[in-house]
Design a protein. Sequence first.
Lengths: 250, 553
Amino acid sequence: VRILRSFKNGCLIQNLSFSFATLGSTYAQVGDLYHSLEIKGDKVAPYYHVPSSSVRGSLRAWTIEHLLPKDWWNIEDKLKKSDFPNNNPVYLDNILNLFGFAIEGAKKEISEKYTRSGRLTIRVGCFDFDQAMPSVDGADWNLSATNDFGPNNVARHIKPRNPLDRITHAAKEGGLHNFLEFSKGQKLHLTIEVRKSDKAEQDLFDQKLLKRWESEINSGVIRFGGLTGIGRGRAKVISRTITNQKKGGN
Amino acid sequence: MTKFNSDSFEKLKNIDTTGLKKGTTYTPPPTKNSSTLEHKSILPEKRSKTIIQLPAEKKRKRRAEYDEWLSNEPTEYHNPNPFDFIFLSNHPALYSDEEIKKFELVQDLFSGHLEIELTALTPIHIVGTQVPGNPGRSIGRSNFYNESVDYCIPGSSIRGMLRGFIEALTNGWISQAQEKEDTDPAYPKMNGQTNPHGRHIGFDSFRVTENTRGNGQKSKIEPGIPYAYKPDRTKGLDIASYLFGIISEEKGLSCKHKVEIEDAVFSGEALKDYPMVDINYTAFMGGAHPSASNWWYMVPSKILERRTGNGHHVVEMIGEGFWGRKFYFHQDPMECISFYKNPQRWQPNRPIYEYQAACLKEKSKVFFNIYVKRLSKAMLDLLCLCLMPGDNIRHKLGYGKQYGYGSIDLKIKKAEMRKENNNSPFDLYKEESWGFQNYNPCAWKERNSLKIEENYIIDEASLNNLAGILSWKPTESILFSYPLNSRKYFQTPIRYLEDFKPLNLGHLIGKNLSDQQAIDVARQLWSTKKTIHFPLYQARAKWYKEIIMKRKP
C-alpha cells in the first residue's frame, strides 16, 4: 500500500493508491482503482477519479511524439547531451512554454534557457454514477458484501485474464489474474485551462493543439490509463464549452 | 545478417540451453558424428563468453522431414488427434536493435486503425461465469463472458491468439510457458499412486532438471523448450514482441506495443446454447499433462527400463524437448461431440457428461478495431496477412477448440492509415497531414516480399506446418478425436519381458536414439501400444496422409 500526500482545498488529504500483489507471483492482482478522500461537512468521503496528472501525461506524450522528431522525445536527455543546441525542432519552444519544463544537471546556460513554468492546468472532475459493488464475471470472486465505506461513484467491473501456455495451450499456471476497471460509458468532466501567453504565435499554437487533442481523442489515438494494448483507455468528447477570460484573470 | 534459422544452425555462442549459470560450460554427452561447424552469433562478440558444442543429432527436425519419412505408413482406423505441433527449430529468428532501427529508417511508418469483421465459422465460447453441476458433474453450465452489461470477445483473447500465431509463423520466442518462481521444475515429479496424472520424471520448460530414482540413481533431463526460445531482450527482438511489446528486466530494453486490439462487443441475441462434454474427476479434455516418459509431447531421446512400485518390469520412452507449439485442427463440433457421447467409448467408472455452453452462434458477425502505432509497411502488411492468412488458413479462438468450437474468419473491412516519420514530425497547421487515408495491404501471394534486410520475416517451414493444422475446408469432413481411454492406447504399459524383449530391441536400452530409430521402435510396438510416437500416430490416422499432409498455405 502506497500512501501519497497532497494538499487539496487547503486540507491535508491522503490519497491512497492500493495495489495488492501476492509476493513472488508474476502477475499483480489489482484490488482497487485510483481514488481520493475529500472532506464533506464533518465526514471524510472517498471518491474514484482519474488523476489529472494521468491525463496531462497522456496529452504531453502524444504532443511530443507527434510534433518532435524521435531523437527529441527525451527532451531532457537531448538537451543535456547537446553542447548548446541551435537547431532545435520547430515546436520545441511552444511545447515547453505550454507544459513548462525543468532540467537538472545540465549546463547553467541550458538550464536558464529552457527552465520555465507552464501555462496549462488540467482538472478532472469525479464520476457521478452510483454503483456500490463492481460487476463480476468470469472470475471466482463472490462479492456479496455491502460497500459501506469505499467509494461507489462509478460503475466498474472485474476483468479476469489468463495467458495460455504456447506449448500445451493450457492456462499458464499462476497466470490467472484479475483487475478492476472503470466500465464503459462512464462520464467525467475535464477542464483544460491555458493561460494566455504574451505571443500571438504561441496562442495560435495552443488553440490548434487543443483542437488536435480533441480530434485525436475521438479517433482513439490518444488514450488514458493502462492496458491500452488490449483496447483500454478509449474516450470520446461528448460536449465541449470554450470560455475565454480576460488576460490577467485566471 | 544476424538471423538464425534451422538450416544454418550448427553452433551457438553464449546461448545457455542447459539452464546452467552463465559462464559455465555445458559439455554434452559424447556421441558419434558430432559436428561443430562455425556459425556467427546473433550477439555482439563482447557478450560471447561460452561456446556450446551441440552434436548433430541434437538438430531438431521440422514437420516436413517427419512427413517425408512417414508418408508411406499404412492407414489405421483411428481418427487423427485434435491437436498437432508447429515443430520448433533449435533457435528463434531474432533481430538486433540496429537492424530494426535501420529497417525503420528505410520504410514509411503507418499509424491508424483497421476495422475487422469476425465471423463465427463454428460457435465460439469465451468462458464467463460457470454454474456447478449436479453431483458427478464439475460444470453444470458455462455462460458467455461479459463485461458489465456487454457480451464480448475480449481484445486480450484476440491479441493472444494473434500473438501466438505470429510467434509460430515467424519462429519467434515462446512468450508464455509454464515456469515456477523458485527452483522447482515447471512439470515436477509427482507420485503416481497419489495423483492420477503421476509424473515420475520431472522436467522444466527452460532449465535442465535432475531427477532421483527410487534406487537413489540421479539423472538429468533437458529442458522442454530450447533455452534460446526464452524471451531475452539482451539477445535481440522477435517479430511478435516488436508488434505486441515486451517488458524487460534490463533497463531501457522494454518495448512498448505498437498494436492495440479492442473488444468485439455484441448483444445477447447472438448467443445460443451448444453442447460441451467432459469427464468428471479428471481434466481429460481440458488439461494437458505432458510427460517426459513418452514421445507424445516430447522428441524421442532414449528408452529406459523401469521397475514400478507394484513390481512391474516395463520400458519407458524418454523424451527430451517438446515437439513444438500446439495448435488445434478445425472440425465440425456437432459431429465431434456426437462421437464422444457414445457411452461405449468410455469406461464405466469414468463416464462422460454433457453440459450447455452459451456460444456466439455460427455465422454471426461481430466487429472490433485494431489500432497500430508507427508500424513499418512490412510489419503492417504482416499483421494484415496474419489476420487474413490466405484462402486456406483460419484462426481458432476461445474454449472447446478440441471439439471444433471457435473457428473464426477475420476480414479487414476498412484500413485507414496516415504516414509518420521519425525524423520529420507533423505540421500542426497543415490539416491534411493529419488525415487518415485508405490503406491496401499486400496480398497473401506477395508474402515473400516481407523482409528485414535480406531475411524473410515468415518462416516457411512454420507456415507449411500451420497450413497443415489450421486449414479450413469443411468439405473434407475430417473427424479429430483424442485416443481412446482403453487398451493399446495411453493406459497400456509396455512390458519388458512380454512386449519389448521378444522384438530384439533390448540392445537399445539406455542408448541415445536417432529420430528414425525412434520411429522404427514405435512401429514395432504398434500392435502393443499405438500412442507411443506422436507423428507416427498421426501419420497412421485416417485422412492424415491423403489430406492433411498435402495441405498447403
